[in-house]
Design a protein around this ligand. Structure first.
Ligand code: ADP
Ligand code: MG
Ligand code: ZN
Length: 471
């Protein structure tokens, strides 16, 4: 029998607001345990919440960027459960009227992943297991969070990972979250079931909680698919359960039986007024959405003639794409600027976090000036590479590096003239070459390079010299 994997995702994303969702405590990651806390976010009796406007606006922006309908009337609800990370014994979330519904995200092959809803909620605290004790840190309690829920539309782990990468790119671009899986600002729950291929009914699902890296997502899905198909092939049922993923063994483990919605006793939070958005609010937020990675990649490929892989890599980091856009102004061939970024700059700025922050040692104008010198044939590619290395080390403009090296770029190199002169002043080498000593050509090229102080294009010089030597 052939089995089909069915996956739906619930992705939690911490919003990049400065303060928490219902109080003015800082949302900064880290900090001493319980130092970003107040009576509101630790759920003290009598403390009253005050909804953070920015958190609502960021949620709406996420919805707009993911093609959702925005509910102009929406509300916050209490979801009850008892667990030490939740000081109030309820989480404020959205139940039946979330801010955004019915969106989608398109994968590269054109497949649509439908987004059922995006809701705004508060994050819980963090439990720390230490020396047989469980400690709790409420710094994260009350950090605004959105939950993005897809339909069960994924059919492979690869589709899931691509979705997550695209989602991360979009949310970072609109600036509502840094989406760092390693810091937990993007985490996802994977709902997975298996059914016979061709069947239109859904199988019983298991939910794997809190996966915090793309490779764990991939590994957990693959392990769970094998586990469930194994059960079904042995004629055993799959139970609906909540699992955790153990990254050391690569296995999923039972955490608890799955709760149903009525177990949570949802009801509207009486302390928080309904959220009412006007058409103008939504229009204004729509205007805050910058060009999204998908559109940007297309523009780079069609207008700038960048290879798609290069365009995709540049658009992975908004600040890199912004840098590239500036560096490309007025260039005939922006692909050259792109290749400098992707080779020399990326090898210097090499981690994901560093690329995302993009503390470039030079402003984009310096890169543009360097590529202009190349386009005007005032320097060759090899020299440009060496100059660029120094630019990145010293943070200087190409002109000042060239000056320091004593290389003038005032005149354009007349390569024909230089080649003729090399031939004219080196009769010995010419004779050797004509006698069949191919190495003599190298000496002539070396002469041209010396005359141009390294600025000439050696490949071009070789071609011209070969022509001259035919005569
Ligand atoms: P809950 O909030 O109780 O976990 P939802 O019905 O909201 O349940 O579904 C949560 C996620 O599980 C959604 O992404 C949905 O697409 C997915 N899902 C629901 N049923 C299945 C199933 N049988 N197989 C795989 N995914 C499923
Ligand atoms: Mg769930
Ligand atoms: Zn607080």
């Amino acid at each position: 029998m052939k089995w089909e994997m069915v996956v739906g995702l619930e992705t939690h994303v911490e919003l990049a607001t400065k303060s928490k969702i219902f109080c003015s405590c800082s949302t900064q990651f880290g900090g001493d345990p319980n130092s970003h806390c107040c009576p509101v976010c630790t759920g003290q009796p009598g403390a009253l919440p005050f909804l953070n406007r920015q958190a609502v606006e960021y949620t709406v922006m996420a919805g707009l960027a993911l093609n959702c309908e925005i509910n102009r009337y929406s509300k916050m609800d209490r979801k009850h459960y008892v667990y030490p990370d939740l000081p109030k014994a309820f989480q404020v979330s959205q139940f039946d009227i979330p801010l955004c519904i019915n969106g989608h995200l398109e994968l590269s092959g054109g497949k649509m992943i439908n987004i059922n809803r995006i809701q705004l909620e508060e994050d819980a605290g963090k439990l720390i297991h230490e020396g047989g004790k469980i400690l709790v840190d409420y710094n994260r309690a009350g950090v605004p969070l959105i939950e993005i829920v897809t339909e069960p539309d994924f059919r492979s782990a690869e589709e899931v990972v691509e979705y997550l990468e695209k989602l991360q790119g979009i949310l970072r671009t609109i600036g509502i979250s840094d989406c760092r899986m390693q810091e937990g600002s993007l985490r996802c729950d994977v709902n997975i079931s298996v059914r016979e291929e061709g069947s239109s009914q859904l199988g019983t699902r298991a939910e794997i909680k809190n996966l915090n890296s793309f490779s764990f997502v991939q590994a957990a899905i693959e392990y769970e698919f094998d586990r469930q198909t194994g059960l079904l092939e042995a004629g055993k049922p799959v139970f609906q359960e909540t699992l955790s993923f153990d990254s050391v063994s690569g296995k999923t483990l039972n955490m608890r039986e799955k709760e149903d919605a009525d177990d949570y006793r949802f009801f509207p939070d009486p302390d928080i007024p309904a959220i009412i958005l006007s058409e103008e609010d939504i229009k204004r937020l729509r205007e805050c959405i910058p060009e999204l990675p998908e559109a940007r990649i297309k523009r780079y490929v069609s207008e700038y003639r960048l290879p798609e892989a290069d365009a995709t890599l540049i658009c992975k980091y908004k600040k890199v794409a912004d840098f590239f856009d500036k560096a490309s102004e007025g260039l005939k061939n922006p692909a050259v600027a792109a290749s400098f970024i992707l080779t020399q700059m990326f090898s210097k700025i090499s981690t994901e976090v560093a690329r995302e922050q993009w503390a470039s040692p030079i402003p984009p104008e310096f890169l543009r000036d360097l590529v202009l010198l190349l386009e005007e044939k005032k320097i060759n590619h090899n020299l440009a590479k060496n100059i660029f290395t120094k630019m990145l080390e010293e943070g200087k403009a190409p002109k000042s590096i060239l000056e320091a090296e004593g290389i003038s770029t005032d005149e354009v190199i007349d390569l024909d003239e230089l080649c003729k002169s090399a031939v004219y002043t080196n009769p010995g080498a010419v004779e050797d070459y004509k006698k069949g000593k191919k190495k003599a050509l190298q000496a002539l090229i070396g002469n041209v390079m010396r005359q141009s102080r390294g600025r000439a294009d050696a490949e071009e010089a070789r071609k011209i010299l070969l022509e001259l030597l035919k005569e």
